[in-house]
Design a binder for this molecule. Structure first.
Ligand code: PLP
Length: 396
């Protein structure tokens, strides 16, 4: 007998959209290297360029400023390098400022070595804008790059990116925004964020894994020493033969996510709210992280005092519910969340943190399933505790 599965881990990866699958299958059947000049090569190039337009449209950018990569991790590694210049006269960057809740792909993937300062967040996980201002003032005259995500992958909390961008630009700096979790889910563009570079991931929008993009606001942005060198692809920003099928799938997913965004955001927010209302009922002691702050409509990160996340995750999985604890990119092993630590969450609460994240395949039955399973798990834990208390009381 197979257990019915309920997938509630869209922030880790969202299932492939049928339109993306179709675009990929068509591309896989095509022959030709997108750099070749013959008809087959031009056909592959057309698929890449169509996808480029769709990805650019997702964030209100220009197609020619989209650099396709193998994913957002690579895009962050490419963006967060000192070697960028704004125009031919501009100098390289001397310092990176990053919020404490950035993804590890940014915190560990940058190329600034020790020239990094981590900016604090408040208890809800939002960047401390006053600390940003003070830090920028402390480095007046230096060329500073700032990395700030649009939405946090663990909590869904939205960062004040536009306000941060204003400060960064006033100080002559450049803002890189990790838009991986926000793009396609809420309005997230160059206009709404004020960012100079946006980082995107295909598989968070319903495209395949293994594709992503760094989108530049301005064609004047130039990197003297890109991460992957050796060929002229992607305007010299990223050498290597393009993964045409993955890029085509990314483009199709981006177009669909953009077209359905607002209706889906409202539908999914209702599921998330129903989940949180049910959670308060099933586990009255539960804490929802960042609940009072602006959040993505799809994410609920919570902890129930007592059981560890590891035990709960396994129990949910056995009962057919896939959810996550902390950052799913480091899943397989439950380790303490740097995001919750930066928010000042007590370690014993953080140890039980779980994340439910909804997406385009989610429906009412997913909410019902996760709440039913949670109630059953908590009842089981309660019975075990009562038995062991009774045994202790009965022992001489
Ligand atoms: N940034 C954020 C906020 C993420 O959530 C993730 C993945 O979970 C990444 C970057 C890395 O994305 P990718 O899997 O495309 O490398």
């Amino acid at each position: 007998m197979t257990t019915q599965r309920f997938y509630l881990d869209h922030n880790a990866t969202t299932p492939l959209r049928p339109a993306a699958r179709e675009a990929m299958l068509d591309a896989l059947d095509a022959t030709g290297n997108a750099s070749s000049v013959h008809a087959e090569g031009r056909a592959a190039r057309a698929l890449v360029e169509t996808a480029r337009e769709k990805v650019a449209a997702l964030v209100g950018g220009r197609a020619r400023n989209v650099v396709f990569t193998s994913g957002a991790t690579e895009a962050l590694n490419l963006a967060l390098r000192p070697d960028w210049r704004i125009g031919p006269q501009g100098g390289h960057f001397e310092l990176l400022l990053a919020s404490a809740t950035e993804h590890v792909a940014a915190l560990e993937g940058h190329a600034f070595g020790r020239r990094v300062e981590i900016l604090p967040v408040d208890r809800s996980g939002r960047l401390d804008l006053a600390a940003l201002g003070t830090t920028l003032a402390g480095y007046a005259g230096a060329r500073v790059m700032v990395c700030l995500q649009a939405a946090n992958n663990e909590t869904g909390v939205l960062q004040p990116v536009a306000e941060a961008a204003e400060q960064v630009h006033a100080a002559g700096g450049l803002l890189v925004c990790d838009a991986v979790q926000a793009a396609g889910r809420i309005a997230c563009s160059f206009e709404t964020t004020g960012a100079d570079m946006l980082v995107l991931s295909s598989h968070k929008t319903g495209g395949p894994m293994g594709a992503g993009a760094l989108v530049l606001r301005d064609a004047a942005l130039h990197c003297d020493r890109p991460l992957i060198r050796g060929g002229g692809q992607e305007r010299g920003f990223r050498a290597g033969t393009e993964n045409v099928a993955a890029i085509a799938g990314f483009g199709a997913a981006a177009a669909e996510a953009a077209a359905s965004r607002d209706a889906e955001a409202a539908r999914i927010a209702r599921l998330r709210d129903a989940f949180e209302a049910g959670l308060a009922h099933v586990a009255p002691g539960a804490v929802v992280f960042g609940q009072g702050a602006p959040r993505l409509p799809n994410t609920s990160a919570f902890a129930i005092p007592g059981p560890s996340a590891e035990i709960l995750l396994m129990a949910f999985d056995l009962a057919g519910v896939a959810l996550s604890s902390g950052s799913a990119c480091s899943s397989g092993k439950v380790k303490r969340s740097h995001v919750l630590a930066a928010m000042g969450t007590a370690p014993e609460i953080a140890a039980g943190a779980l994340r439910v994240s909804f997406g385009w395949t989610s429906a009412d039955q997913d909410v019902a399933a996760v709440l039913d399973v949670l109630a059953a798990i908590l009842a089981r834990i309660g019975r075990k505790q009562a038995t062991s208390r009774a045994k202790t009381a009965a022992s001489p």
